[in-house]
Design a protein around this ligand. Structure first.
Ligand code: PLP
Length: 333
């Protein structure tokens, strides 16, 4: 009994160390003719994405409450970034982590996970919505029953995931930007928009929070269909979206997501992942033809472009999946 307690104490100290070491990400101004445009570089988090915020808070919370103890195996369904965050922090906490992934995961992310985790579960069957989420969740359920002392972090409804964005991302951005008129946020599990919108609205109730979703996602009630780019969108409506303070919703197609990524590099030298391209596209579309004093518009750069080099940034992949007429060797489309 004593041995178990001291291992749990060590685990608690490690979890506290992870949080105390966590540092704010930078906000940069991007030149724009009609807007005061600011990007918060969440890609600068330790594992390269905003999902570190949720992972750190969820793990810390579960260790504090005793839901995770030394010897617990963490299990989660993720299309990539959250799995990378959990793999990294579980490694540091000396916990086993079993990610449940699907074929939409980027090659680079899958290779990293396979190096970091003893066991990786990859589902291959599409669920009735045409996506993989329900298949992944079903596999998580089996693993939780099969593995003794397993803990499912449940990023789709765990309030601690949103709390991480409230306490960390949100507190940072309200300190970094004196004023925000519009905040654009891509939505997947809803953890980011939940925490961020509540914190930013608390500081300034007039902020317009624009949720960005992708066509084929069921988050805001549309009929789900097959999607290829991981990050935003979901084949369910995640419970965390319910408590988010959302003023408006903009939906973009996956091709607009790709085009947004490429314009963001071309116009601002920001090499970002698919969801950030979707948000940039949404901002451009929302403010098309806008005149008047430039409003302050903020968004998050959720992850870097590197893991998408063989998909979003690959002309042949884009042409093969979206529009054959776009095949080009120049990247000028
Ligand atoms: C790159 C990227 N963008 C956006 C999101 C959506 O964030 P959230 O799940 O907090 O809604 C995710 C979630 O995994 C992501 O990985």
């Amino acid at each position: 009994m004593t041995a178990v307690s001291s291992r749990d104490d060590t685990l608690r100290r490690r979890a506290e160390a992870v949080l105390s070491r966590h540092t704010p990400t930078e906000v940069v101004r991007l030149p724009h003719a009609r807007l005061q445009l600011f990007a918060k570089l969440e890609s600068a988090n330790v594992t390269g994405s905003a999902k570190d915020r949720s992972a750190i808070w969820i793990l810390g919370d579960a260790v504090r409450t005793g839901a995770i103890r030394a010897g617990t195996t963490v299990v989660e369904s993720s299309s990539g970034n959250f799995a990378l965050s959990l793999a990294t922090y579980c490694h540091e906490l000396r916990l086993d982590f079993v990610p449940v992934i699907d074929p939409n995961i980027n090659d680079m992310t899958e290779r990293t996970l396979r190096r970091m985790c003893r066991r990786v579960e990859k589902v291959t069957e599409r669920d009735p919505t045409g996506g993989f989420l329900l298949s992944r969740l079903a596999r998580v359920g089996e693993l939780v029953r099969e593995i003794e002392d397993a803990y499912w972090t449940d990023q789709y409804s765990n309030p601690a995931g949103a709390r991480g964005h409230y306490e960390l991302t949100g507190t940072e951005i309200v300190a970094q930007l004196e004023r925000i008129d519009y905040l654009f946020v891509g939505v997947g599990t809803g953890a980011t928009i939940n925490g961020l919108s509540r914190r930013v609205k608390e500081a300034n109730p007039d902020v317009v929070v624009v949720a960005v979703d992708v066509a084929g996602s069921a988050i805001f009630g549309a009929e789900p269909h097959r999607r290829l780019i991981p990050g935003i969108g979901s084949s369910i409506r995640p419970p965390l979206v319910e408590d988010a303070v959302i003023s408006e919703i903009v939906t973009v197609s996956e091709l607009e997501e790709v085009a947004g990524c490429r314009r963001l590099v071309r116009d601002h030298g920001v090499y970002a992942g698919g969801s950030t391209g979707a948000v940039y596209s949404a901002i451009e579309c929302y403010f098309e033809g806008f005149s008047g004093p430039p409003p302050v518009v903020a968004f998050l750069c959720m992850d870097r472009g590197d893991p998408y080099s063989m998909t979003v940034y690959d002309d042949a992949w884009v042409a093969a999946n979206f529009a054959p007429s776009l095949v080009t060797t120049t990247g000028q489309w």
